[in-house]
Design a protein around this ligand. Structure first.
Ligand SMILES: Cc1cc2nc3c(=O)[nH]c(=O)nc-3n(C[C@H](O)[C@H](O)[C@H](O)COP(=O)(O)O)c2cc1C
Ligand SMILES: C=C(O[C@@H]1CC(C(=O)O)=C[C@@H](OP(=O)(O)O)[C@H]1O)C(=O)O
Length: 392
């Protein structure tokens, strides 16, 4: 079974990703992993921290001569900012006088709920692990899942469809979405220049006014066959599994499959994707066709052979330069919420982290369905099934 977990705090020495259950023989390209980590660091509206970090995964185990060997893979990503925090946040007892309290909880962040739960006098330790710095380790793990899926012809990319009130005003195609990954400069990860400059104006307004902003990203799985996930049991449905994977990311407050949100206000004839039949097209595993994909490639909890489309809705960042009202942890006096520094907009970065989560969730289901202790065995099983689907 493909499993992964992460460890590490935002200003600790490093982050750890531990991935087990990958078959042997999968190519692991260090440059690809680091490029994914770079992509997660990009986007207009990020704070000062991204000028400090230069994320790179150091592979500690499970890979030899550039290929997986079937044993657990541990990766370490250094926090460059750690050296600025060694006295404030030492692992050993240290000097309590050096502790820098996060004295008043930030509405929207984990500060208050976390301090109450773990019985901390302030929120310093809470934000250390609640921080989305953790998503770095997920991206490193997700890069391995992507490298498992690539030889099966399954590819995953994301783009931004909303920042605040500014929305992408046309449909995006797969070639456009996938090409965004090759850009050397990322503004807001949107396929359309005019829409992107409206999105930038939304971020500028938040920056100017000491506010913050959220938005919507879309993750697309391209090239997947029909038949992944099942309606047979509630916890095996592909839509449910992807929703949990994406919702687990910091600041994601809603998940949509295909056009799930607007479907609720539309008629069935406008929503459901009529079925046709034609000769197999390039790259398509089935000869059943759809003119549109409002279902987002999933029906009955099963992939139906169309692109799988998952959207994540991000609330605005919680830390505000012009903070909301809060209360001091120590005296209970009214004050403003804590502010040190912060991102203002993270929609493209969250999209990259969501790609990783989607890749890990999908790779797990692919491995469960097709099995195999080596990539060769997996590919043989997979290609057999693709043949079956083609011949249906
Ligand atoms: C890539 C990324 C970067 C983030 N950066 C910040 C930040 O700089 N400041 C902040 O207050 N929240 C930031 N967040 C959001 C918080 O991590 C998140 O709101 C917090 O952990 C509380 O969790 P919740 O929003 O899921 O309830 C970021 C989220 C993501 C995905
Ligand atoms: C470090 C990252 O994001 C951080 C996520 C984050 C939060 O509260 O989630 C708060 C900020 O941390 P800091 O106060 O150290 O600047 C962000 O920079 C990252 O994305 O790699």
């Amino acid at each position: 079974m493909l499993r992964f977990s992460t460890a590490g705090e935002s200003h600790g020495e490093s982050l750890i990703a531990l991935v087990s259950g990958l078959p042997a023989g999968v190519d692991v390209d260090q440059e690809f992993i680091d490029r994914e980590l770079w992509r997660r660091q990009q986007g207009y509206g990020r704070g000062g921290r991204m000028r400090i970090e230069r994320d790179s995964a150091h592979i500690l185990s499970g890979v030899r001569h550039g290929k997986t060997i079937g044993s657990p893979i541990a990766m370490e990503i250094e926090n460059r900012d750690w050296k600025n925090w060694t006295e404030v946040l030492p692992v050993s007892t240290g000097d309590p006088a050096k502790h820098k309290a996060v004295a008043s909880p930030r509405p929207g962040h984990a500060d208050l709920a976390g301090a109450l739960k773990y019985d901390f006098p302030d929120a310093r330790y809470v934000l250390e692990r609640a921080s989305a710095r953790e998503s770095t380790a997920r991206v490193a793990a997700g890069a391995l899942a992507k490298q498992l899926l690539a030889p099966l012809g399954i590819d995953i990319a994301s783009h931004v469809i909303r920042v605040g009130r500014a929305e992408l005003d046309r449909e995006a195609t797969w070639p456009e979405i996938s090409a965004l990954r090759n850009k050397e400069e990322v503004l807001l990860g949107c396929v359309d220049e005019a829409s992107e400059s409206r999105m930038k104006a939304e971020v500028d307004l938040a920056l100017r006014t000491g506010d913050s902003i959220g938005g919507v990203f879309e993750v697309v799985i391209h090239g997947a066959p029909a038949g992944i996930g099942t309606y047979a049991n509630w916890d095996e449905r592909l839509d449910g599994i992807l929703a949990q994977a994406v919702m687990s990311l910091q600041a994601v407050k809603a998940v949509e499959i295909g056009r799930g949100v607007t479907a609720a206000e539309s008629l069935g004839s406008e929503v459901h994707d009529a079925i046709g039949y034609a000769e197999a097209q390039n790259g398509s595993h089935t000869r059943f066709t759809r003119e549109r994909n409002n279902a987002g490639g999933i029906e009955g909890g099963i992939s139906n052979g169309e692109d799988v489309v998952v959207r994540g809705y991000l609330k605005p960042i919680s830390t505000l330069r012009r903070p909301l009202a809060s209360v001091r942890f120590d005296t209970r006096e009214e004050t403003k919420a804590a502010y040190e520094r912060s991102d203002v907009c993270v929609v493209p970065a969250a999209g990259v982290a969501a790609e990783a989560m989607v890749a890990l969730a999908f790779a797990r289901l692919v491995l469960e369905k097709f099995g195999g202790d080596s990539l060769r065995e997996l590919k043989r099983n997979y290609e057999n099934y693709i043949e079956q689907i083609r011949a249906y």
